[in-house]
Design a protein around this ligand. Structure first.
Ligand SMILES: [Fe+2]
Length: 180
């Protein structure tokens, strides 16, 4: 199967999963099953796209559903590149195609009357792994912790070509240890 055919098959299965009326966490789980079964390979991107950008991780839109129900994008990360701490507008499912991505999760809380973040777990996602989540409570930061390029495929429950990004808010807040 070529990369294009595999993407077409993924789109069909994501369409079936995302079209079911159910809570967003369940949608993310169903879309995750589709992504796990039909995870694209790195050749879904051109060599120029796979080269990355030294300034920042880059996003390439692979598919937007005509009615805006979901979008599929590829992100390319050079070693050490990371997102800001952020959360999302919509459900999101991620599959790592190449490399290792580390995800740090946070909980928003208040300490002495000030908003702050408490680290709430770290997950390392190697190539082939798929995970999904739905807001609220999805504050996190992703970083390429490997020595080579990382590539991941993201399915978002929104029209990314219209809104530009799936990020709802960035959190420039101090991170504090959890209270014992
Ligand atoms: Fe994210």
């Amino acid at each position: 199967m070529t990369a294009a055919q595999r993407l077409t098959t993924l789109v069909e299965h994501v369409r079936a999963a995302a079209g079911r009326v159910c809570p967003p966490e369940r949608t993310a789980s169903l879309v995750g099953e589709a992504l796990r079964a039909y995870l694209p390979t790195r050749d879904v991107l051109t060599p120029a796209q796979l080269a990355g950008d030294p300034d920042s991780y880059t996003q390439h839109i692979l598919h937007v559903e005509p009615d805006g129900l979901f979008s599929i994008v590829a992100l390319v990360w050079l070693p050490g590149q990371a997102t800001p701490i952020h959360d999302h507008l919509c459900w999101c499912v991620v599959g790592v195609v190449e490399g290792v991505e580390s995800e740090v999760r946070y909980r928003l809380t208040e300490r002495d009357g000030r908003a702050c973040l408490v680290e709430d777990g770290v997950v390392e996602n190697p190539s082939g792994s798929v995970c999904g989540f739905a807001p609220p409570g999805d504050i996190h930061r992703v970083r390429n912790v490997g020595t080579g390029t990382a590539v991941s495929i993201h399915v978002y429950g929104a029209d990314i070509s219209r809104v530009g990004t799936s990020i709802r808010r960035r959190y420039d807040l101090p991170a504090v240890p959890a209270l014992r």
